[in-house]
Design a protein around this ligand. Structure first.
Ligand SMILES: *Cc1c(COP(=O)(O)O)cnc(C)c1O
Length: 463
């Protein structure tokens, strides 16, 4: 009986013997994906017709032919980040070698929870985090952890900051962000068991940067209340306009008050690897923690996010549980004890491969290109017709001048739809009371001619 059972089912798994079935699946899938990319220029960033109908698991398993039909319709009904008109979000085309990295991670199916379940990859993650932390200017004791996205790493940072402050179970604990900080901090508060009123929100200036004087005043106000500040969050690249908070000044203030500084560099952090310094790494080196999301601009496939900390002991102190069911070599830290996630995939492989294929030169070129494209866009958009908001990064938001809120909101809606019909996908964020249109210029497949075409279209939409 057991033997019969094995024979039927084990062809679905890699074996120590013949793996022609796996090879067949990999080849067929590779072909399908490459065909999709090659023929997708006319389909547009988003599919025009929705052909995908999710079938649910059936009693007897599904024939491979039918399964591949479904895979095909799933693929052809997907958003295409590699289309040159995909300019809406921080979701660039995937770097080819990082697709391979995901495949390797899946095939190895190691677990970053524990060293014995991922001996080589745990070491790799430790080294890459340390390498990044050193680039940023963090100390000898620095390190980091990969987590599935910036939201989770912001959470890892705030849990650590709160634990470190001694207010871990204090309901009056509060943290400070700017009004343009990412929505993930609301989730962080909820998960930390804090009311949204425990987030102090500081105004931004005309360039979208936290006002430091308001920060100082707010801090005093909190000190005179029953609340206790455990962290200040500075944003290195805001989501709507790519602004950068005055990190140097915020950092000096935090040091003078002995308050944890977390930098949300989900967008801007990667620019620390570039030659054209968007900000001086010296500004970062006194922060306690920094989130970096290589998924957002280098095109490492999702998810790829690191939390770097100036002192790795802070993560260990906060998250250490002991792993009673795991054997651990002397002096080895199981990386499941450095953050909120337990079992973790080997996301570090695709980041490692991506960084190595690109090298400093390639990384620099991607960053420079995105800034050059942003400059071109901001320069050519007709300033007599549009109000433009943009910081030093590759994001531009804009609205037509002199329209009422109603007129402007309807213009942005109509224009976004029209653009999609013309194979341009841009986004429509709600910011400071009205809808803007936004372009993110991190798509390597977008050429100058595409940008000029988009600009001409936009300039013609306003009389
Ligand atoms: C995208 C983003 C995040 C959240 O990252 P996820 O990977 O989507 O969880 C946090 N902060 C900023 C500034 C972001 O743009």
């Amino acid at each position: 009986m057991i033997e019969d059972f094995n024979k039927q089912i084990n062809k679905y798994f890699p074996t120590t013997g013949d793996n022609s079935e796996l090879l067949f699946l990999l080849n067929k899938t590779s072909q399908l994906l490459c065909n999709w990319y090659s023929g997708s220029e006319d389909i547009g960033p988003l599919p025009r017709e929705k052909i995908f109908e999710p079938s649910l698991p059936e009693e007897n398993g599904c024939e491979l032919n039918k399964l591949f039909d479904d895979i095909n319709s799933l693929i052809y009904s997907s958003f295409n980040p590699a289309h040159p008109g995909s300019l809406a979000h921080l979701d660039p085309p995937p770097l080819s070698i990082s697709i391979v990295g995901d495949l390797i991670a899946g095939a190895l199916n190691n677990n970053l929870l524990a060293e014995e379940l991922s001996p080589s990859i745990s070491l790799l993650e430790e080294r890459i985090c340390k390498w990044f932390a050193t680039k940023v200017g963090f100390t000898q004791n620095s390190g980091g952890i990969a987590a599935s996205g910036g939201t989770l790493n912001n959470l890892n940072a705030l849990v650590t900051a709160r634990f470190n402050s001694g207010f871990a179970s204090d309901q009056n604990a509060s943290f400070i962000i700017s009004e343009d900080a990412h929505v993930s901090f609301k989730k962080c508060a909820t998960i930390l068991g804090l009311k949204h009123e425990n987030i102090s929100v500081i105004e931004t200036d005309n360039y979208g940067r936290m006002k430091v004087l308001s920060l100082i005043e707010e801090f005093k106000k909190i000190q005179n209340s029953s609340n206790k500040v455990f962290a200040v969050v500075a944003t290195f690249g805001t989501t709507i306009r790519g602004a950068i908070d005055p990190i140097n000044e915020i950092s000096s203030f935090c040091r003078s008050k002995n308050i944890w500084l977390h930098i949300d560099g989900s967008i801007g952090g990667i620019f620390t690897l570039g030659k054209n310094k968007i900000i001086d790494n010296k500004a970062l080196k006194n922060a306690n923690s920094l989130t970096i999301n290589p998924q957002k601009i280098l095109g490492i496939t999702k998810t790829s996010s690191l939390l770097l900390v100036n002192d790795i002991e802070n993560l260990r102190d906060t998250f250490q549980t002991g792993l009673p069911y795991v054997d651990t070599s002397d002096g080895v830290l199981n990386r499941g004890e450095l953050g909120v996630q337990g079992s973790r995939p080997a996301e570090i492989i695709k980041l490692w491969l991506g960084l190595r294929v690109l090298g400093s030169k390639g990384i620099n070129e991607i960053l420079d290109q995105s800034i050059l494209k942003k400059s071109l866009f901001a320069e050519k958009l007709d300033k007599s017709k549009f109000d433009i908001i943009s910081g030093p990064l590759h994001i531009v938001s804009f609205i037509p001048k002199n329209l009422s809120k109603e007129q402007s909101d309807s213009w942005t809606l109509q224009t976004k739809k029209l653009l999609l019909k013309n194979n341009f996908m841009i986004s429509r964020p709600f910011y400071h009371g009205r809808y803007f249109l936004r372009v993110v210029l991190g798509n390597l497949n977008t050429e100058k001619t595409h940008i000029i075409k988009l600009i001409d279209f936009l300039n013609q939409q306003v009389l």
